[in-house]
Design a binder for this molecule. Sequence first.
Ligand code: ATP
Ligand code: MG
Length: 633
Amino acid sequence: MSNPQGYAEFYRRSVEDRDAFWTEQAGLVDWHKPFDRVCNEDSPPFARWFEGGLTNLCHNAVDRHLKDRADQNALIYVSTETDIERIYSFRELHAEVQRMAAVLKGQGVKKGDRVLIYMPMIPEATFAMLACARIGAIHSVVFGGFASHSLANRIDDASPVAIVSADAGSRGGKVVEYKPLLDEAIRLSTHKPGSVVLVDRGLAPMNLVPGRDHDYAALREQHLDAQIPCEWMASTDISYTIYTSGTTGKPKGVQRDTGGYLVALAASMKHIFMGAPGETYFSTSDIGWVVGHSYIVYGPLIAGMATILYEGLPIRPDGGVWWRLVEKYKVTVMFSAPTAVRVLKKQDPAYLQQYDLSSLKALFLAGEPLDEPTARWISDGLGVPIIDNYWQTESGWPILTIANGVEKKPSKFGSPGVPMYGYRVKLLHEATGEELTGADEKGVVVIEGPTPPGFMQTVWKDDARFVNTYWKSIPGKLVYSTFDWGIRDKDGYFYILGRTDDVINVAGHRLGTREIEESISSHANVAEVAVVGVADQLKGQVAMAFVVAKDSSALGDDASKLRLEGEIMKRVDEQLGAVARPARVRFVSVLPKTRSGKLLRRAIQAVCEGRDPGDLTTMDDPAALQQIRDLLA
Ligand code: ATP
Ligand code: MG
């Protein structure tokens, strides 16, 4: 390993000898022109990385590898929805990206223009992202299948010159027609894009609007030999915008730079994910989320790895489908989310033992708190380290985890780990802003500026919102708030207790919903749980728990429900004390989540308190919230 002094020294250098540290990391990638200044922090809280430098994300993800690995796998596309499996080498990816780039240019897209990508998980989605990066257009990927209303908002916010979309997506074997959703969104939006390029998968009929809509296949035919050079971008030029998941409210448009992001990803592939050129990376996320941007498309390709683009569910045709891919493509690094593992947990564990998983070095999980039973279950099943990592759309790459590529360190169940290099993570008292340095003190997790490379530059078109939302929430201090609540143990490991607005105050006791959920999920018959605080005249707030049982056949009648409710309450009493005991434990078949699989606690809470649940545009299954309404009625 290149860091004989271990992680502590590596981290220390990243913050105390910052410019030298990041200059070394910047050496992991190609620059067309070297930068003159590592970090410009003249107007805090804005941080500008690698000023003066010129580079290109697509060059680093694709062209750079042609010399050594042109014929190696770059993009492995697997759809269990359409039963298509197709591999693109770096050479083929290079050709396809140039074709897409030529098509976009033909539609009038220029450097700095926005291109909105509303696509299912198909190779053309990746081509479109890389093509934008190539020609210096700013992509804004909107999760495929979002409703027209949500899409219309994003069209107005991004004001794209062109939209790249498809006839349809497919989910669990059911075709979801995108084109009618898109047409309706454009009807609703104030901004009207000049051009819509559509990939026809043959899943649903499409009516092309003359003069506006174009068939991608026909345009591509005209550019088979396209040679579109990379546009050299200033390091601080915008590469893309992406919206947060909308778990706590209206999604925020996160704006990302070029050079800082490039360096951050290259460094993380080495120090955190331990990926090496020629290996295969499998992230089960969606290109519509930040994990998809950083670790399906850009990160692995920048590192010279093949990346798997998977369209489908984790349990279709059966619970072994992901592990079959790990075996077949000798996946070395895998990235998923706790919510997906909980889905698998309901399946026969035999699926984990059927395949040769010996290539796998580690499974990374992010997006939500990883409860101990879920972590143990998957860790025992796979026999590889499970590495929790905590971050946000805003950060672009992990804030807390274990950098095993620098120094192998044990993970602790329940903790995503320690601050990553470049991040000055602190715990502050929410009301006084005082720094908490003692072990196990609870506070708001904040980051002191300047934020590291890769971190959001600002809120798209709204610097004031960036400053006011993120940097002004702690009295008297200009620090970035994650709006998550955490503690740090005596060894420096952090534990995320939930979002700051998920804290319950029961008769003066402050409890994290996460702590109560942890306790409840340790019950053998609990598959999933959501705990929310509900206003109560007597106690201020009480906890309410909604549980998805693993074996719901045991809940046939009211008596058995009451029995399980009693068992769960007893468990919370024993583990956390009676103050944390939920007032009720109710059973549902599914919990309300965002499309990215995050629990929508604020919506549950609103329903419990008889309030309007607010912006639900990112909600996955409206029936889930209805179940809760029905239970309370
Ligand atoms: P919005 O900001 O729009 O309300 P969101 O916060 O869910 O939505 P994301 O950026 O997708 O949008 O999610 C980041 C949040 O997810 C973190 O702030 C944290 O609450 C949670 N999170 C992510 N990873 C972890 C993890 N490993 N452990 C605990 N919580 C996590
Ligand atoms: Mg957030």
